[in-house]
Write a protein that binds this ligand. Structure first.
Ligand SMILES: [Zn+2]
Length: 480
């Protein structure tokens, strides 16, 4: 059966609370937050990717349980688990973590921030640090419900905290356990993750604690089968990469070799953040000195290219529109790689032409739609935004570049449930520069939808269709 195409503009719920045991819940979103509910109050484990989502979670907890949030505990330093700390602190919670997590939240922040910005994620203000270190207090009484924080073995990062609750037979394992999609195995610009077999020991530690329900950092609640699968993935990539390395293959040959023979039980795992290629790169980083932390700087780009065909088709072109028209035809014919290479040639020939840059950016966004991993899409996102920035340097009121960048920002915040302020600012600039009125109305609608203002959103979609009855995104948005 063919999977149904998801409507990319449909209203989203931004996470849901699921009950795991009598007094334990999990909030499932692109990252999970675990919730322990005692008689006196609540402990929330991990504080979500941004302030807007943290506020949604906080309000949901207050509404559902009507109890104070006493503690917000970070399982490790990564942005997606700590960014909402301020929101819970303001709600009266004390922030809890281990001393390494607090250290990493500062010392690893610049690389983390630069990397995520290059993937299109705006991190906002740095997360608030902890009030209580687990080295000083590791047991927390929530009122007839006690949780214990325990240092975990290195896995996704070198600073994990495990939260165990014997009364409920539950352990919140952070990113030591990830289920449902391919694990990411550490941040691409940091030295962490699957660079050796530490992760396998970390899984054994979780297993040895021996509880019924394991709450992962990402994905559905785990059981022994999920632990075993994660362990098998770790072993597979460590072993295969080492074998290729010992045979003397270089990185590109190693990637090509392992990717060409992935067993079905691996290739059928959905890709959201991590990919098999990331696992190979990570294991490779453990075997080689790559000059700096992580492997992002040696990763092959996902931007499609077909330079040879582009050079052949462009031999007689002497003006910019010849390039753009030919790129358009290649795109219609399904060869986006040739289109992008053609536009790159056009940029070399006409470096001060804003139109070429703007179209290149749009085609790169098209190319990103063929990539599953939200981090891998980032190669295209980053280059697209560079193109629009350059176009706007040449022509600050270029309406097409402004609306393209606005569209990107608005859709990123819509997908991540983030505050759409930056997208709003860009959209206002685009409108003032005379951008396509249907697009302006439509993306204003997406901003309202992100904020939960459905009535206003529908009015804007309607207006977009009045401007342009053929504008398909507005039709889709009105269906969902
Ligand atoms: Zn995570």
């Amino acid at each position: 059966m063919k999977p149904q195409m998801e409507n990319p503009f449909a209203a989203r719920s931004y996470g849901a609370l699921e009950q795991v045991s009598e007094r334990v819940y999990i909030f499932r979103n692109i990252v999970n937050s675990s919730v322990f509910v005692g008689d006196k109050g609540i402990a929330v484990i991990d504080t979500q990717v941004n302030h807007a989502l943290a506020r949604r979670l906080k309000e949901l907890l207050e509404k559902t349980f009507n109890k104070p949030i006493l503690y917000a505990i970070n399982t490790h330093y990564h942005w997606d688990h700590t960014n909402g700390n301020l929101v819970f602190k303001e709600a009266g919670a004390q922030l809890v973590g281990n001393k390494d997590t607090a250290d990493f939240m500062v010392s690893k922040a610049p690389r983390q921030k630069a990397f995520l910005a290059s993937r299109g994620f705006e991190l906002g203000p740095d997360p608030l640090l902890h009030d209580i270190f687990i080295e000083d207090q590791d047991t927390f009484d929530l009122g007839n419900l006690t949780i214990h924080c325990q240092r975990g073995h290195s896995a996704e990062t070198d600073d994990p905290t495990l939260i165990v609750c014997p009364q409920e037979n539950v352990i919140a394992a952070g990113d030591t356990v990830m289920t449902g999609s391919f694990p990411i195995f550490g941040q691409p610009v940091q030295q962490e993750g699957l660079e050796n077999d530490n992760w396998i020991k970390a899984i054994q530690q979780v297993r040895d604690i021996g509880f019924n329900n394991i709450l992962p950092g990402h994905g559905p609640v785990a059981d022994e089968a999920a632990l075993k699968k994660l362990e098998d993935i770790c072993r597979y990539f460590l072993d295969e990469t080492k074998t290729a390395f010992d045979k003397g293959l270089d990185l590109n040959a190693t990637i090509a070799h392992i990717e060409s023979q992935l067993p079905e039980w691996i290739s059928q795992i959905p890709e959201v953040w991590g990919t098999p290629r990331y696992a190979i790169l990570r294991a490779w980083a453990g075997l080689n000195d790559l000059g700096e932390a992580g492997w992002q700087h040696v990763k092959p780009s996902t931007i499609p290219e077909n330079k040879e065909a582009a050079i052949n088709s462009a031999t007689s072109f002497d003006n910019e529109s010849a390039y753009i028209e030919c790129a358009e035809q290649c795109k219609e014919g399904g060869d986006l790689a040739q289109s992008i290479s053609l536009l790159q040639l056009a940029h070399q020939a006409f470096p001060n032409n804003a139109q070429i840059l703007t179209v290149t950016g749009e085609y790169l966004i098209e190319a990103s739609k063929q990539i599953d991993s939200v981090l891998e899409k980032g190669d295209c996102f980053n280059e697209a935004r560079n193109c629009w920035a350059k176009a706007l340097e040449i022509d600050p009121n270029n309406a097409q570049a402004l609306i393209a960048d606005a569209q990107f920002l608005v859709m990123m915040s819509f997908r991540n449930g983030d505050d759409p302020d930056k997208g709003q600012e860009r959209l206002n600039q685009a409108a003032a520069a005379g951008a396509d009125a249907a697009k302006v109305s439509f993306y204003q609608g997406m901003i309202e939808r992100t904020k939960g203002n459905e009535t206003e959103a529908l009015q804007h979609y309607q207006k977009a269709l009045e401007e342009n009855p053929q504008f398909m995104p507005a039709r889709l948005a009105m269906m969902g």
